[in-house]
Design a binder for this molecule. Structure first.
Ligand code: FE2
Length: 343
């Protein structure tokens, strides 16, 4: 039987995004909109491969009309023109997506920052980009801080992508779960509107608690739990200005529930960190930007991850192949390969 605590489909933020709010027993409980019940497979009969892309920052930045002018977007626009515009290339992102499809990835996940200034034209354009990758059954997205950016004056914003976030426009909620055979994708929203020059995030205690419940249930179902979050989910992985404000609470939750894999973006750098949990070591993996056509600071050129899950009596093996550009204007090639083992 389902727990008495349910995620409430409200209230919405200024960006029209709903994050989990727990109603205590006795309150007016409603159905859990993010949940998609599907048959659970206890044993994997075939492998499943996820392509993980992040921080594509699609160009062009269009539609910056006076209605959307404010200090946050002005600062963001300056930053875009002085730095990011020369780095991020939609054509490169498309190259990586084509590569993932050619290698027969079963599903594509994108851990946020699809756009730049949170403008209506950018959301529309990014939706078209998602549709070009594939239908919602093949693609999962979560928002990044550039996707929930600043005041939208009633525009639908990121809810345009709801079908790719396990919901529909009127029922989009976080966390969401999408089941694909033995794999469960748990999508979180760490993005909140912030003041100019800040890029921090926050999950909120209710989203963390609902996620904990989900992870425990999915563990009981023997699912391969893949958590998707934009901001680095462990303490110390970025500066306070760019960090998840409740990172310690979230990390403690992960230590208690475990998971099989956590994927994040935001830093534009590839990194594997192991977290000790009750279910053994958990691989927490950050991705490079999937659209970097030029070197910028210490960030690498565009990359993406291919994760293939192999489950057996002995445990779980996750093969990680990193593919991307070795040189600007070069082809997409294999950059590295390793196997993450969980027993
Ligand atoms: Fe970000």
């Amino acid at each position: 039987m389902r727990d008495k605590r349910f995620a409430d489909p409200g209230p919405t933020t200024g960006s029209g995004v709903i994050t989990a709010k727990i109603l205590r027993p006795g309150a007016d409980n409603r159905a859990w909109p993010g949940w998609q019940a599907q048959t659970v497979l206890n044993r994997m009969t075939e492998t499943f491969t996820i392509a993980h892309l992040t921080d594509v920052h699609l160009s062009p930045v269009a539609g910056f009309t006076p209605r959307y002018w404010n200090l946050k977007r002005m600062a963001g626009l300056l930053n875009w023109h002085s730095k990011r515009r020369g780095v991020h290339s939609r054509a490169v992102a498309d190259l990586l997506v084509a590569d993932a499809k050619a290698l027969r990835a079963d599903h594509v996940v994108i851990t946020g920052d699809l756009i730049n200034l949170g403008l209506p034209a950018e959301y529309v354009s990014a939706l078209e980009w998602l549709q070009a990758i594939g239908p919602p059954e093949r693609v999962t997205v979560i928002p990044g801080n550039h996707d929930i950016y600043s005041s939208l004056h009633g525009d639908a914003g990121v809810t345009r992508w709801a079908a790719y976030m396990g919901g529909e426009a009127e029922t989009l909620a976080f966390p969401f779960v999408r089941r694909f055979g033995p794999v469960a994708l748990i999508g979180l929203n760490s993005a909140v509107e912030t003041p100019p020059f800040a890029a921090s995030g926050q999950l909120g205690p209710d989203q963390i608690e609902v996620t904990r419940d989900l992870l425990e249930r999915l563990h009981d179902d023997d699912a391969i739990r893949v958590v998707l979050i934009h901001h680095p989910p462990l303490a110390g992985l970025t500066s306070a200005r760019r960090a998840l404000k409740d990172v310690k609470l979230f990390q403690r939750m992960l230590e208690k529930t475990g998971a099989e894999l956590v994927l994040y973006g935001h830093n534009h750098k590839p990194l594997l960190t192991w977290l000790e949990t009750v279910n053994g070591p958990l691989a927490v993996i950050g991705g490079a930007s999937a659209s970097a056509a030029r070197l910028y600071k210490n960030d690498p050129l565009a990359q993406y991850n291919l994760f293939t899950f192999f489950k057996s009596e002995e445990g779980l093996r996750i093969r990680q192949i990193v593919r991307g550009l070795e040189r600007p204007d070069g082809p997409v090639v294999k950059l590295s390969e390793r196997v993450l083992e969980k027993r």
